[in-house]
Design a protein around this ligand. Structure first.
Ligand code: DAL
Ligand code: ZN
Length: 321
């Protein structure tokens, strides 16, 4: 990690309000890095996770004539969208759902962004529910740390601390409860929020065990993982004899249930089968990414299978930095 990043992280750490709320098992807190994704079999020591996923600008120089005022440029579609009072007010308030609503809903928001009509929407700024993190786009800032965080109560925490952004944890609880009600049993969380430094070790272990080419199909390089946003979670299926692994999850009823129902809770299966040329990753039916219910509905109704295509972004099969 660069000194720039370390300095920023120190400032962030010093500024974070740690308020633990005991009730209901939830906490508004920055978890320790050990808590964020501790190794199997240890409560405090960062170490190798599960051997599957968790394992390895024409400018003019002359002033306009005072007798001939400069004509105001005709508003473009983009400026009309982003200058709308309801949009600017929602952006200032910082509520992603309100911004999407100000655009007219999930599909209208998506269309405006994909058509280049919404320059006020930064798809690569960490902290926004619509953030796109991939091999072409690292997190901004690279050492982003989401607060507040919470742990869902319904799923079993199999590996890692199980921390997610608070709204995402609540959404996952709703999903897990309905999955259980549909006979899917209890879901497990096998990796949720992962800080930058943890991803360094995880990625390096993948490279050491599989080689860089195979590692890059399975694990994001540090600063490029959705797990660092607090919006992504890996789920596994649990039963009377314990929980299965990520790789066991392919083809299970639970994986099919998630593919059909996760959108109703604001999640998408981020890395679908046979989409490696666009996402850069192999099929991960266990990796859920929260984009909120409005965008998830638009994603599903539009028949999309990658977030890149959803927002009209270039494919991201390889790293550019
Ligand atoms: N396995 C996904 C790509 C990650 O490491 O974020
Ligand atoms: Zn994942």
């Amino acid at each position: 990690m660069s000194r720039r990043v370390r300095r920023r992280r120190t400032i962030v750490v010093a500024g974070v309000l740690v308020v633990a709320i005991a009730a209901g098992g939830y906490a508004l807190t920055r978890p320790s890095e050990a808590d964020a994704d501790p190794p199997a079999g240890s409560a405090t020591t960062p170490a190798a996770p599960h051997p599957t996923e968790s394992s390895p600008s024409e400018t003019s120089t002359s002033d306009p004539s005072p007798s001939r005022p400069a004509a105001s440029p005709a508003p473009t579609e983009a400026s009309r969208r982003c200058d709308a009072p309801e949009v600017t007010a929602a952006i200032e308030r910082g509520s992603d759902a309100e911004v999407i609503a100000a655009f007219g809903g999930g599909e209208e928001f998506r269309h405006a962004v994909a058509a280049g009509e919404a320059p006020c929407i930064d798809l690569h700024r960490a902290g926004r529910t619509w953030v796109v993190v991939n091999k072409r786009n690292a997190l901004e800032p690279e050492d982003y740390w989401p607060v507040p965080q919470a742990r869902p109560a319904a799923p079993r925490i199999v590996s890692g601390g199980g921390w997610l952004r608070a709204d995402v944890a609540a959404a996952l609880d709703g999903l897990a409860a309905e999955a259980a009600g549909d006979g899917m049993g209890r879901l497990g969380i096998d990796s949720a929020f992962r800080p930058y430094d943890f991803q360094v070790g995880l990625y390096n272990r993948y490279v050491a065990s599989r080689g860089q080419q195979a590692a890059d199909l399975r694990s994001a390089r540090p600063g490029h993982s959705e797990h660092q946003t607090g919006l992504a979670v890996d789920v596994v299926a649990c039963g009377a004899n314990g929980c299965g692994s990520h790789d066991d999850f392919r083809g299970t009823p639970q994986a099919r249930w998630l593919a059909e129902n996760a959108w109703r809770f604001g999640f998408i299966v981020r890395y679908e089968q046979d989409r490696t040329e666009t996402t850069g990753y192999a099929w991960e039916p266990w990796h859920l990414r929260y984009i909120g219910t409005d965008l998830a509905r638009a994603y599903r109704d539009g028949g999309f299978s990658t977030l890149e295509e959803f927002f009209g972004l270039p494919a991201a099969p390889t790293y550019v930095d």
